[in-house]
Design a protein around this ligand. Structure first.
Ligand SMILES: Nc1nc2c(c(=O)[nH]1)N[C@@H](CN(C=O)c1ccc(C(=O)N[C@@H](CCC(=O)O)C(=O)O)cc1)CN2
Length: 293
């Protein structure tokens, strides 16, 4: 029997825990607040920003948003970041990615005060994760580790193979899976291999994985023959492919779910796997930031 790693349900459990913590903070006179910046009209980004705002409301977190046109200039965007940096009601700031092509994402990321960088994208916070002294943990990798650990899946001594070397998922997840597990730091004591577009023996490496994480943005790339019997498969991909339905698309992951599922010990679905965990861990960071303020 394959275990379904149900991120939708686990994210609700984590949200309930956080709602309790928000109540405690409010009793102490601390109202957690998150600022979300969205530039342009990318439909998927609009969905994610909407979910972030709704989740804040549900948890009792103050949410402020700057929804800006695609024509916004770098200077205008930087001014908004500055404004939130000095806003005492705001403990977390995020700029939804990707930004329109004319804007410099890295400059925006580096302008966010590290103490309010709840995405954990600022170089200072990325560096802290790398040396095992995190202020925040990056949301998607942290969501993956929570899904694995709270299901009771062993990570110590296991071989984790990550497909994709993005700054948001592949690289920080590699650091967390590699990190020595010392109880509270979300380290996993795993042996890690990161595969990318120039990796030669990618299929062979995938077949060696005890834990296989697909984060390459290629619809249904991982096929049954690439997965070892009894592996744990984590699908980070959220790809919209054309479909003859009301929405005109359906979501598929980077894993061919039907082919891979029968071979696995456990697998995340898409939708309802890693995606909802990303938002839960963003809320976790916002509450932590308020607690630290
Ligand atoms: N500033 C950031 N930008 C982006 C991040 C991020 O963490 N910070 N990650 C992704 C987008 N993302 C959050 O922002 C995100 C992606 C997917 C989901 C999610 O819940 N997906 C659902 C399906 C939703 C749908 O219908 O499309 C699921 O998988 O079940 C949440 C957040 C890139 N940008």
């Amino acid at each position: 029997m394959t275990t379904l790693l149900d991120g939708k349900t686990l994210s609700k459990t984590i949200q309930s825990e956080l709602a309790e913590e928000v109540k405690v903070l409010k009793d102490q006179g601390i109202q957690p607040g998150l600022a979300v910046i969205l530039v342009g009209d990318d439909p998927a980004s609009q969905v994610y920003v909407g979910s972030k705002r709704k989740t804040c409301e549900k948890l009792g977190i103050l949410s402020k948003a700057s929804i800006l046109p695609a024509s916004t200039s770098q200077d205008e965007l930087m001014a908004i970041v500055d404004q939130y940096n000095s806003d005492p009601e705001i403990h977390g700031i995020l700029c939804q990615l990707p930004l329109p092509a004319h804007l410099d994402e890295q400059q925006v990321i580096e302008a966010i005060a590290p103490s309010k960088d709840v995405d954990c994208f600022h170089p200072e916070n990325v560096g802290r994760v790398l040396i095992g002294m995190p202020r925040f943990l990056p949301c998607t990798p942290h969501g993956i580790v929570q899904l694995i650990k709270r299901t009771g899946i062993e990570t110590t001594g296991k071989h984790t193979v990550i497909l994709g070397r993005s700054d948001i998922v592949g690289k920080p997840l590699a650091a967390m899976m590699l990190q020595k597990d010392s109880g509270e730091n979300m380290g996993c004591n795993s042996t890690v291999t990161v595969c990318h577009s120039a990796t030669k023996n990618l299929e062979e490496l995938c077949r060696e994985a005890d834990i296989l994480v697909a984060a390459i943005g290629k619809p249904e790339f991982v096929k049954g023959h690439m997965v070892k019997e009894g592996a744990v498969v984590i699908d980070v991909g959220i790809n919209r492919i054309d479909a003859d339905n009301e929405k005109g698309y359906r979501l598929v992951g980077d894993v061919d779910f039907e082919e891979v599922k029968p071979r696995c010990q456990a697998i995340t679905p898409v939708p309802g796997g890693v995606g909802p965990m990303t938002i839960a861990m963003l809320m976790y960071n916002t509450v932590s930031s308020a607690r630290l303020s």
